[in-house]
Design a protein around this ligand. Structure first.
Ligand SMILES: Cc1cc2nc3c(=O)[nH]c(=O)nc-3n(C[C@H](O)[C@H](O)[C@H](O)COP(=O)(O)OP(=O)(O)OC[C@H]3O[C@@H](n4cnc5c(N)ncnc54)[C@H](O)[C@@H]3O)c2cc1C
Length: 334
């Protein structure tokens, strides 16, 4: 008989009572991993008035849901969430624990891993079970993909961004077991969310944009960056970036595409002044047509795109913008 392993867990996340898509995507992947391990998928969800949302977790593939449902869990509280998840994990000994690489997940996962004394691989772009029934946690590194494993400690923990795994088909006929969790009131909270102030995102959202213009270090400075942003505006595209552009302060972290940023799948992707490092390129594998503008003909990005333009982006992009505007005006007058 096949050995039965501990369950595959997904720590689901909610904002305003809505379960994030990444949590459902992870449950879909957890289902596949659980089948290979001959085990079940279990989900933890903490929030307020979440009882009416639990069915979504079952529909996505969960067999059991640990539900923490109380007003004090409405907002993510690192100490309370960590305490509850660690206590549960110690009690039930999951084999694998998956968490979304969201703002919450990237903080919560290491807090939980440290308390459980186990390993954690951040920003995985694939997860498979190897021949020894160990979780291979794949990340881009050293110019390729590497697998990280955690052979001894349990659970094997990984964070994964939204869009890495597809949205599972929801089966509304599925049901499962709900375990209601006690809320620990005695935990001293040093960090609390008092209110959430929402910023209206400007421009076209990256994840759903048909055209994405992404800028990189080759912009040179904020002036160069504005030129790239101008191209994005002219094309009514979403503006994406590489990590150096974020580090330089030219753009916000929310625009970063790649392993630790967003996954995009536009009809057209234009990468400007970026080298084509795998950590960025994994974020655009779903793009249909890819174009790169780089002043170095040997830049690795040219081996990965459909069309390459070898030119200085600060000179070429303003000319391109002019041409696009001429074309747009002609189209309007025709
Ligand atoms: C764990 C980890 C996670 C990471 N996650 C991400 C991630 O999610 N997303 C991400 O983007 N990065 C990520 N990185 C960083 C990544 O490894 C690269 O460092 C980054 O993508 C490189 O950005 P770049 O191409 O803009 O810069 P560079 O690699 O410095 O390339 C700049 C390019 O611009 C060209 N150039 C220079 N001047 C001009 C000009 N005037 N006109 C045209 N071209 C010009 C150069 O020829 C060069 O090819 C991660 C790294 C690690 C270690």
């Amino acid at each position: 008989m096949n050995k039965r392993f501990g369950s595959v867990w997904v720590i689901a996340e909610q904002i305003d009572c809505r379960i994030l898509p990444v949590s459902l995507q992870l449950i879909g992947q957890a289902r596949k991993l659980a089948t290979e391990l001959n085990t079940s998928v279990e989900t933890v969800i903490l929030g307020d008035q979440m009882d009416k949302r639990v069915q979504q977790l079952f529909a996505a593939g969960a067999d059991k849901v640990y539900l923490g449902n109380a007003p004090e869990l409405a907002f993510y509280k690192p100490e309370m969430y960590t305490e509850m998840i660690v206590k549960l994990a110690k009690e039930h000994q999951p084999e694998i624990m998956l968490i979304g690489s969201t703002s919450m997940g990237t903080e919560l996962a290491p807090l939980v891993a440290a308390r459980l004394g186990t390993g954690l691989t951040a920003h995985c772009i694939d997860l498979i079970i190897d021949d020894n029934k160990i979780l291979e946690q794949r990340i881009p590194a050293y110019g390729g993909l590497i697998s990280i494993i955690c052979p001894e400690k349990r659970p094997q923990m990984a964070t994964i961004a939204s869009g890495v795994f597809p949205h599972p088909e929801l089966d509304e006929s599925r049901t499962g077991e709900i375990i209601h969790l006690e809320i620990p009131h005695e935990i001293p909270l040093r960090v609390q969310t008092l209110k959430i102030v929402r910023e209206e995102p400007g421009g076209v959202p990256l994840e759903s944009a048909p055209i994405v213009v992404a800028g990189g270090a080759g912009a040179g400075d904020i002036e160069g960056w504005r030129i790239i942003a101008g191209l994005s505006e002219t094309l009514n595209a979403a503006l994406g970036s590489t990590r150096p552009a974020v580090d330089e302060g030219w753009t916000e972290l929310e625009t970063m595409i790649g392993q630790s940023g967003k996954m995009v799948s536009p009809e057209l992707y234009i990468g400007v002044g970026l080298s084509g490092e795998l950590q960025h390129m994994v974020g655009i594998v779903g793009a249909k047509v890819m174009v790169a503008i780089n002043n170095d003909a040997k830049a690795p990005v040219f081996e990965q795109v459909d069309y390459g333009i070898v030119n200085d982006c600060r000179e070429f992009v303003p000319m391109l913008i002019e041409k696009i505007k001429e074309y747009q005006e002609k189209k309007i007058t025709c």
